[in-house]
Write a protein that binds this ligand. Structure first.
Ligand SMILES: [Mg+2]
Length: 288
């Protein structure tokens, strides 16, 4: 009898976007933290650069670097400014308990399966690393500053644009350390399914849509799951704004409320449970 050849990895990954998915937009909040008017700053510094042909990520980061350099030394943006801001950034309701809740659910229905959490952001990953929820993530990827000797922001050291996000899902599925150039080439090689660390069809991705469409599309294609969240709008507005095509769709679109019993929490729990059951079915065919 032919044996099923699906990977035996007993792991599920839940991957989150950061801004507007787990926390309010950290760029705008950082501007307010500096005492600036976000809308004004965006218009004067960021929008004009984008119109002049800049990519969104360098435009955003350079605007901050330029602002910082124009300040007297004591008011410049430093590593500690970002760290202090990160500590003050509050996640949406219920986020802090969500990780343990999902973990417990997996323990109840499939103790042999482990669940891991990851973060992929096009925003400041160093800010995300200072938040109260950082400890729940196995890895966090995003843009990073290079600092001068005195700790001031000086350049963008690592950039992670929206279309690049799916690349990190590949890293994850293949257990790759992204900082190694050799590994970067390896990402594009074919790897037999049984050698994958976490197969893409055992990944759930949660995002608010602005930067997440490429990841939604990739997981839909690979048999993973995409969940959309929205804030300050309705599902209809969300769909109208993003106009997702068939392969960019999400299995559920819910308000960014992670409290117990919320639609999003129910949706996440069901997604995790169904992944567990899928893995258990694969295990059956491997142990016959
Ligand atoms: Mg977002």
């Amino acid at each position: 009898m032919p044996k099923a050849t699906h990977p035996a990895a007993q792991k599920i990954a839940v991957v989150f976007d950061f801004d507007d998915t787990l926390v309010p937009d950290s760029f705008d909040h950082f501007l307010s933290f500096l005492g600036l008017d976000p809308a004004e700053f965006r218009k004067a510094k960021y929008e004009s650069r984008k119109q002049a042909g800049w990519d969104a990520i360098p435009a955003r980061f350079y605007s901050l670097i330029e602002y910082s350099k124009a300040q007297p030394p004591e008011k410049r943006i430093t590593r500690s400014t970002l760290m202090e801001f990160g500590k003050s950034l509050q996640p949406f309701e219920g986020v802090s308990d969500m990780f343990t809740r999902l973990q417990q659910r997996v323990n109840e229905i499939a103790p042999e399966i482990s669940i891991e959490f990851y973060l992929i952001t096009s925003g400041f990953v160093e800010v995300a690393r200072q938040t109260s929820i950082a400890k729940f993530f196995k890895a966090m990827w995003g843009c990073e500053f290079h600092y001068s000797e005195s700790g001031e922001i000086e350049f963008l050291k690592r950039s992670l644009s929206h279309p690049e996000k799916p690349r990190y899902l590949y890293y994850l599925s293949r257990g790759i350390n992204y900082s190694d150039d050799e590994d970067l080439l390896f990402v594009y090689k074919d790897v037999p399914p049984e050698e994958l660390t976490i197969p893409l069809d055992q990944i759930i991705y949660v995002g608010d849509g602005t930067s997440d469409i490429p990841c939604f599309a990739m997981l839909n294609q690979e048999g993973g799951m995409a969940i959309g969240v929205y804030r300050n709008s309705s599902p209809e507005e969300w769909a109208k704004h993003y106009q997702p095509s068939q392969n960019q769709r999400v299995i559920n679109l819910a308000p960014a409320d992670y409290q117990e019993g919320s639609e999003l929490m129910r949706s996440l729990t069901l997604a995790v449970e169904s992944m567990c059951k899928k893995i258990q079915i694969y295990q059956l065919s491997h142990h016959e």
